[in-house]
Structures are given as C-alpha cells and as structure tokens.
Design a binder for this molecule. Structure first.
Ligand code: SF4
Ligand code: SF4
Length: 57
C-alpha cells in the first residue's frame, strides 16, 4: 500500500520530496506534488514532514 498525496490540500512546499529515501515524489505541472506508487516503500517519512497533513496511506 503506497502513500498518496491529496492535491487539493497540498501547498507545494516540497518538504516531502526532500525526505523520501527512494525519490519517488515529484512536482506536478500544477505546482503540487505526487507519489509514484509503484516505487513507494510506505516508510511514512513524507507524511511526517507535511505541514498540512496532505499525505496518507
Ligand atoms: S512513504 Fe516513504 S517511500 Fe513512500 S513516498 Fe513517502 S517518503 Fe517516499
Ligand atoms: S509536504 Fe505536504 S504540502 Fe508540502 S509538497 Fe509535500 S504533500 Fe504538499
């Protein structure tokens, strides 16, 4: 089960991208961020740093 970013609440700060150990988070054309679910190892690091709780499993 991969983690997922809610693009409605994401404010595009980029904090999650910086902590992902497998570099599976990237920016979207809309200025938000998205997780490549096939690469995510569900470590939870991204959810821990998100200031708006936009990331959940
Ligand atoms: S749960 Fe871990 S591996 Fe998955 S996107 Fe977040 S930081 Fe990356
Ligand atoms: S840490 Fe949260 S608000 Fe910041 S880019 Fe990631 S999902 Fe969006």
């Amino acid at each position: 089960m991969a983690y997922v970013i809610n693009e409605d609440t994401c404010i595009g700060c980029g904090s999650c991208e910086g902590v992902c150990p497998v570099s599976c988070i990237s920016a979207t054309d809309e200025g938000k961020y998205t997780i490549e679910e096939d690469t995510c190892i569900s470590c939870g690091a991204c959810a821990g740093v998100c200031p708006v709780e936009a990331i959940a499993e």
